[in-house]
Design a protein around this ligand. Structure first.
Ligand SMILES: [Zn+2]
Length: 289
């Protein structure tokens, strides 16, 4: 089978297209990776031409000898659908999980995403917890980024605020959301911090930068990113209208929701908020957490 005829490749391309259409991938912003199933590798391996081994920049032994479909470094999501072979690639890892080589794609040269260490370390963490996890997606989600300038950079605060702004959120991501303070992207350090959060969450926010989402398939992973970003958009709109919420979903109501929907919501996110005095000077502050 030709690589571009494979279902997983079509779904990968569709995901880049969807993200681009929502404005999350200006210029070469964002990246996507998929840990390819054995049978999928078998179905397309006749097309593979191996290039030279390169260092990953980190070590992911639990992913040794596995294959990944990833976006290219410096490549634009907006170009993937029209020219996938120039903008994405399939790579293979060596038997230590320390080096990779390109087997298909990036026909005009290039290398996998500069965030390859973050993608692989996240995929490794997720694989150890649940071998069905296969997708990691990084996008520059506008409203989540905006909130990282005004909310405290705490998992509890971001989780609670996102849960409050759309009733589906606690059901879609009951484990919550993690937050990484601003760090230089592209290296091992930010990859380590993100992968620590991925042990607990499927979503990690990079302050003033964007989000990482992990999931079992493309729909689930994209849907998770989309749901969190939609919720952030509602909060941005609310805060644009008024400095505080007049009413919102209360901790006991979340507990009732959890019961009815059969999800477990960690109590650390259901903290009591301080009552705000609307007549004080605080009224002028953006004070929602
Ligand atoms: Zn980025």
């Amino acid at each position: 089978m030709k690589v571009l005829d494979a279902k997983f490749v079509k779904e990968f391309i569709k995901t880049t297209e969807l993200g681009f259409s929502l404005g999350w991938h200006e210029r070469n912003g964002g990246n996507l990776s998929y840990r390819i199933k054995t049978e999928e590798v078998e179905s397309v391996k006749e097309n593979f031409v191996a290039k030279e081994w390169q260092g990953i920049g980190t070590s992911v032994p639990a992913l040794a000898n596995e294959y990944f479909l990833v976006t290219g470094s410096g490549k634009y999501f907006g170009n993937v659908k029209e020219n996938p072979e120039e903008n994405i690639c399939i790579i293979e890892l060596d038997d230590k999980g320390e080096n990779y080589r390109i087997l298909w794609g990036l026909v005009n040269g290039g290398r996998p995403t500069s965030e390859l260490p973050s993608h692989l370390m996240n995929l490794e963490v997720k694989k150890k917890i649940d071998p069905d996890y296969r997708v990691v997606y990084h996008a520059h989600t506008t409203n989540i980024i905006a909130l990282t300038f005004i909310l405290p950079l705490k998992d509890e605060v971001f989780t609670r605020e996102l849960w409050e702004m759309a009733t589906e959120c606690p059901v879609v991501f009951p484990d919550g959301v993690g937050v990484v303070k601003w760090m230089v992207p592209g290296g091992k350090e930010i990859a380590v911090e993100t992968s620590k959060l991925m042990k607990q969450y499927d979503l990690a926010i990079w302050a003033h930068h964007g989000m990482f989402a992990a999931g079992r398939d493309f729909d689930e992973t994209f849907g998770l990113m989309h749901t969190a970003e939609k919720s952030a958009e509602i909060l941005v709109k609310v805060l644009s209208c008024a400095p505080q919420k007049r009413q919102t979903i209360q901790p006991d109501e979340f507990r009732q929701l959890a019961k009815d929907f059969g999800v477990t919501l960690p109590e650390k996110f259901l903290y009591e908020k301080e009552a705000k005095n609307l007549n004080s000077e605080k009224e002028l502050e953006i004070n929602v957490y």
